[in-house]
Design a protein around this ligand. Sequence first.
Ligand code: NAD
Length: 390
Amino acid sequence: MVKVVVLGMGMAASHFIVGLERLKNGEIEPYGVPLAGKLPLDISEIEVVGVYDVDVNKVGKSVYDVAKEQIGSEVPIPETLKKLKVMEGVHLRNLDRLGIEATGLEYKKSLSSALDHLVEQWGRMEPDVFINVITTEYATPIGDLKYLEDIIANNRVEEISAGQFYAYAAAIYASKYKPVTFVNLIPTPLANDDAFVKLYTMYDSVLLGDDGATGATPFTADTLEHLKERNRFVEFVVQFNIGGNLDFYALTDPDKNLMKETTKSSIVRDILGYEAPHYIKPTGYLEPLGDKKFVSIHLEYKTFNGLKDSIYVNMRINDSPALAGYMVDLARLGRLVLDEGFKGTIYEINAFYMKKPGPKGSPSISRIVAYQKMINWLETNNILVKTYLD
Ligand SMILES: NC(=O)c1ccc[n+]([C@@H]2O[C@H](COP(=O)([O-])OP(=O)(O)OC[C@H]3O[C@@H](n4cnc5c(N)ncnc54)[C@H](O)[C@@H]3O)[C@@H](O)[C@H]2O)c1
């Protein structure tokens, strides 16, 4: 069994929670879950015990109602989700400038009381894994634990982001109750922040991140690997992403967009070993596209005998279900690595699932290579089912 708390009841969370129920009911196949059938913890063993948000139109409602509104026109929403309520988290400015009315524990309490409040709630829910899928936020690494503790003790709300606060609160819960895994699927540097990795190591816990790698970025990474292995010289890379969901709308904010750009563009140098000129950004918002984003990739490279080739790729891809499929794996891996006694962060897992794999300074590698490395690592550590190996 793995008990999960989901932070941020948006599109990715809706697809994760609804898809999970539908998998348990036998309504769908686990397509889009990379390690479906390969882990010694069945998907049916995942239980979502808590969900948090700060949008006033979501907090206090049932997960059923919120999911119905967000994805009900695309998939049926299981009635069982009426029992799960969206609870109030800390806001810390994240929905400012997005035209959404927000609430937050810090409006009524100091940061340290908000922390006690959450830890006490989690003590009753007994989660093993936290998954962070809140709106992309602007944040810089804290770098020093003492500094983080001072910010909370002195209620300096302007100096901490919501993602950082949740990661800290989950570590405090771990220190009081039991080790946890915190999975950071947004660009906030957590698995890339030494202070947080140290904090999790101290409490025998695991921190995975940062920023889920779905869609165009892993596709570009694998294309770059293909060219590198053939010793073709990449002259430039262009990658556009245009979507119509709230996540893309949030990225029209320059600070938030910068966070994504930072986690996306490290792939070029990391994979090729040289800095090919590139433009890799979430480029825009167009509402009618909804959650099905438009992606376009264009590369040029030098081939044998001094000639030049070009690659053009266009796709329309469902954005949030891609991340939700990864969440089904990461919830289970989160529990399995704790059972095996791991602590800190785990590059072999991050390198496959994350755009900016922690710890700090780790390279982004292509997903084809990362997948094989991860499978070998899981095998070595007895985290793969025997039937898969046979
Ligand atoms: N394929 C993908 O969808 C993908 C891939 C990689 C990373 N991500 C990241 O995952 C996150 C979620 O994506 P999404 O499409 O579900 O976005 P979304 O905008 O639909 O959902 C985000 C949710 O978080 C809530 N929220 C904002 N601040 C919060 C806070 N302080 N506490 C609690 N809840 C808060 C919002 O109200 C919203 O319900 C984004 O940060 C995105 O960058 C998504």
